[in-house]
Design a protein around this ligand. Sequence first.
Ligand code: MN
Length: 497
Amino acid sequence: MTEKSKVIEGRTGPWEIVLGLEVHAQVASNAKLFSGAAVGFGAGPNEQVSLVDAAMPGMLPVINGHCVEQAVKTGLGLKAQINLKSHFDRKNYFYPDLPQGYQISQYKHPIVGEGEVIVEHDDGSTFMVRIERLHLEQDAGKSLHDQDPGATYIDLNRAGTALMEIVSMPDMRSAEEAAAYVKKLRTILVYLGTSDGDMEKGNLRADVNVSVCRPGAYEKYRETGSFSHLGTRCEIKNVNSYRYIQQAIEYEARRQIEILEEGGSISQETRLFDPTKGETRSMRSKEEAHDYRYFPDPDLLPLDLDPAWVKAIEATLPELPDAKKARLQAQYGLTAYDAQVLITEQARADFYEEAAKGRDAKLTANWVTNDLAARLTAGGFAIEDSPIKPAGIAELVQLIEEGVISSKIAKDVFERMWAGEGAAGAIVEKQGLRQVSDTGELEAIIDKLIADNPGQAAQVKEKPQAIGWFVGQVMKATGGKANPGVINGMLRAKLGG
Ligand code: MN
């Protein structure tokens, strides 16, 4: 289980990338972190703003217990330390979309401590990303600059929405690893039901910390735990797609290498990624960094969790992706790859397990991960809304298993099922697609073929693979409905191949 560092060849020798991520995930909840205002997507501007969210004088925050439960659940899902005692701090800064003049967050004492996430590379190997902490905090509102040429409008619908900030250690070594980590983290959150992980809606976004170093330096950091072995990092704020995360990292690493190779030094700063130009730009330097003047929020009591309550939450945890993957491999004899594809979405794994009941597990996995998945993607369907249900796939697989139809004909049957022509068995009967295993009928075709092609027939004795030509001809003559196993057997008996 190792990270795969990506070496970048510079003018002065090789460099490596070191990445740590701070992921902000919106908590799945009907109400905000400290008010009863709704958090649904698509409401009109400022329709979901309570007096607390608008920071009217004298308004007091009240903690939303469900959000605390979601944070604990997420911590447990990340195999992390749950801190029974934590508290909220005020992070002070001025911004037009932050009416309080501070964000309520958690600073020194977060609700969740150290955990870990196992992440898959494309080739199926894995690496581990250590989680440093998870804390709860409020989201800010939104400034709208495109509504009026001369004014900025403020929409506070998002203000006060609960976020979980999940901070990783600098354990990723390439843009691909960073994207894979966010994907895996998202899958875990969606399984847990603690965030919908919708990146398009901005419900999951990443701040990416990028630094570069010479080969060997990272290993020294891991041995000693001392960050002094690593390069100075820059933080790229609020990147909200896997592609942008990768582009931002690639650009930023090259930018830093160029500076270092010219004898310069990296100044620690916050940067923005501009997707249209594909580059990062300085937002503020360390010197301009805010002094947040953190202090405990006097309007909120510390969180003091009952261990029994945490235990009770633990008992409600669903089977998580890693466990599900291992079980699918063990229970159904699937390859790691197939199991991985199936568990990427909980609903897909559920669909598979329902379809595979009593059926050929590998064959069922192929249909769910290939033909069905392709159709769903092309049609923009979630698997929950698939027009073909698990029982439909199971019936199709059963027809193949029992030799009623060939795999080739099954593709045609599948397309007809997708088009709404009915169930697999009914389509096979109606269209006369039943595989021809009737030896009498096949024998007549084969005998005629051998009689018409004596040269080819003679060849089979010297070159057994020449039998394939005959198989193809019989298939052609039967419109693809002949049972290949039966034809092969008959041809061998007749031609001695
Ligand atoms: Mn934050």
